[in-house]
Design a binder for this molecule. Structure first.
Ligand code: FPP
Length: 225
């Protein structure tokens, strides 16, 4: 079976650019082009949701110029590809604290979400200004505010930003690092974790197919035998 929901930590843009004597921002631009390729490929494979770690709450610590470029990238991306994503029935969503982003960045996502809200193909879900520990704490506080006294896992799960999406079957991290970096810690409890040396700009359709084939070879026991 294909995974229903794939999450990706798109790592290695900076190193990819450096290896080509280019600025890190060039790597991010190539990375954003790859978002298009992988989203279209995932859509063709009938994957229901693709959650991409585009900007973490920790990424604010990067040099100002890089942060500023990463905030401009959604507009560059959506100006170029929204039409095509629309034609392919892709639905754009976000998780994370959007209100903490620059107004212009919020506006382009609001527009893209509105345009694609009735699409029924792949949900292309960008995690922006997202941090998982904080998301869990907020879910607990929401449950408390709702008057829940004996909080269960369901109480938390139903208040996570991903509550409406299928469980994540497969999480991919590119570029050789093997850690989760505060990404979907709760949601990845029973996900298969796939690590590849390929940098994100080089992670093409055949790499995605390789990851999915690897996933299909795993035996998922969810704690059972
Ligand atoms: C990690 O690579 C990548 C990021 C922090 C940014 C990811 C963003 C994109 C791929 C573009 C997103 C596109 C849209 C449309 C929002 P790194 O910079 O840490 O690479 P390094 O580890 O080689 O330095």
């Amino acid at each position: 079976m294909n995974p229903r929901h794939i999450a990706i930590i798109m790592d290695g843009n900076g190193r990819w650019a450096k290896a080509r004597n280019k600025d890190r921002t060039f790597g991010h631009l190539e990375g954003s082009k790859n978002v298009r390729r992988i989203a279209l490929a995932a859509n063709k494979m009938n994957i229901e949701a693709l959650t991409l770690y585009a900007f973490s709450t920790e990424n604010w610590a990067r040099p100002k110029a890089e942060v500023s470029y990463l905030m401009k990238l959604p507009k560059i991306f959506l100006d170029e590809y929204l039409q095509e994503l629309m034609e392919n029935n892709v639905k754009i969503e976000t998780i994370g604290h959007m209100e903490g982003l620059p107004k212009a960045t919020i506006a382009v996502f609001d527009y893209a979400k509105k345009q694609t809200e009735n699409n029924t193909g792949l949900i292309l879900n960008f995690a922006l200004n997202y941090g998982s520990k904080n998301e869990i704490v907020e879910a607990v506080n929401l449950a408390l505010a709702d008057g829940v006294t004996n909080i269960t896992t369901t109480d938390i799960e139903s208040r996570l930003m991903t509550h409406h999406l299928p469980a994540i079957d497969l999480c991919i991290r590119t570029s050789g690092e093997q850690r989760l970096s505060n990404f979907l810690l709760w949601q990845l409890a029973y996900s298969e974790l796939y690590f590849t040396e390929a940098a994100w700009p080089d992670f093409d359709q055949s790499e995605l197919e390789k990851a999915v084939a690897w996933y299909q070879g795993r035996q998922r026991r969810f704690g059972g035998l």
